[in-house]
Design a protein around this ligand. Sequence first.
Ligand SMILES: Cc1cc2nc3c(=O)[nH]c(=O)nc-3n(C[C@H](O)[C@H](O)[C@H](O)COP(=O)(O)OP(=O)(O)OC[C@H]3O[C@@H](n4cnc5c(N)ncnc54)[C@H](O)[C@@H]3O)c2cc1C
Length: 507
Amino acid sequence: MQNYDAIVIGGGLGGLVAGAKLAKEGKQVLLLEQHNVPGGCATTFKRNEFTMEVGLHEMDGLYDETDPKQRIFKDLGVFENVEFLKLPEFYRFKNHRVDVVVPDDAEQAIELLTNQFPEEAKGIKKFFRKIFAIRKEANRTVPLWCRRWKFDILMPIFPAIFPHLAFNSYATLGKYLDSIIDNEDLKLILAANVGYYHDDPYSMSLIYFSVAQGGYYKGGTYIKGGSQKLSDYLAKVIKDNGGEILLRHLVTGIIVENNKAVGVNYKENRKNAIHIMNAHAKVIIANAAIPNVVDMLPEKNKQAKKVKNLQKACSLITIYFGFNKEPKALGNKHYSTFVFDDSINTLQDMPANFRGNFADRNYVFVDYSQIESELAPAGKSVGVICTIDYLSDWENLSSEEYKAKKSQVAQIYREKLEKLIPGIDKEIGWCEVATPKTIKRYTLNPHGTVYGYAQIPKQAGPFRTRIKSPVKGLYFASAWTNPGGGFTAAIMSGWLCANEVIGSINI
Ligand SMILES: Cc1cc2nc3c(=O)[nH]c(=O)nc-3n(C[C@H](O)[C@H](O)[C@H](O)COP(=O)(O)OP(=O)(O)OC[C@H]3O[C@@H](n4cnc5c(N)ncnc54)[C@H](O)[C@@H]3O)c2cc1C
């Protein structure tokens, strides 16, 4: 029986970074991934000559020297092996009243928005001051949130050292914007991309929003050739350092002895595979969704139950397009365009819109032809339309009904895209819809969520699920744990997890 230092369940970004760091530190790592490629949401797939980007629209923070990814990527050699492309702006916001391009630089954004909304100058400045103050404190404290004992020791003096975090722990984005800004369009502009984190500004943790949004206002990034390049590179780091990766292998159980996680049961992920294998390790790191991990524990080890029933985040629906002509050749000028429906007048209208008809739902169009993405041959390009969605929109349908509904949705969004960029419809060479059900199938994430537990104040920041689970020897590294969902946060979770494992256990 092979014994490892660490077994990683799942090859999403959190699992890959944790595995890569541990392998690089000389630990024996086994990573088991149920899909046939590593990466989870950070993958690509081929359709004819088009490389479709599954998840990444933009990654935040890479151009901020205080961003934790700087250190992580340097340590793992990412910068020498993966190419990052700086995006031209944050996003364009468009509704039937305003059409504005928000720069990815705070000073420029303040100037532009102040010119457009001069009566709101004070509120605009306050908004940017606040998000950067929170981001600064959060980047210093995230490692502490993961360690309960250190955090508990600091608790009494926390407000004195980290006032912005302490006094905004329960704040939501919506309420905060209401308190500093009157103009509803301006609030919509500032919160246009809230769907990158959550589906309702009035339950969105101000802390989490600020940390990530502050990073985007330092410049957004895309990965040349697609996010699969990053995932493949991290997998290579594991293998080059003596680790093993078994793709198409599904973990079915966690072995617990004397109250400590000591191994996993797994099998090949193919139809009719019944042979269950097992492997043992000093620590088990779960990149798989926490609610599923709890179900993998033996019945009597359900002390992790309390983390199982927390509120889960929303999912997304994506319409993938392969274009025979670049959208920029048809006059589109922006990388991300958020298009808001005419029925949206205030931030309060957003949650109902995300649960309403697809025909009226706000969406973002991402045009990869605006950068040298290398996702398609010269002169051609790919793009996506993406919006918030829920598994419940797709459950209880026969396979015929499911297919028919996907075609209807594709048609709706093709028409919307044609309205946004006239002449584009006849240039569509490939169109395919991925629903929350698709995401669930490829990641096994409950509800098809891509952000783990919802970033509501009581589940965000210092209150988010710890990296060290209540079961000895079992750790989490994913969007479900600290700090949360998205590329940056999943990468950080893997890094923090690996360091916690190295630091607290002599493996
Ligand atoms: C359409 C879309 C757009 C997005 N856009 C952005 C964006 O622009 N910017 C951004 O920052 N983030 C974006 N995200 C979110 C981001 O991709 C995710 O939050 C992040 O990648 C999640 O990483 P993770 O480590 O939690 O793992 P996941 O990606 O959830 O992967 C988990 C992995 O574990 C494997 N697994 C699960 N259970 C088992 C098991 N029992 N045995 C073996 N393997 C198992 C799965 O197969 C999967 O590979 C987007 C996501 C999607 C889907």
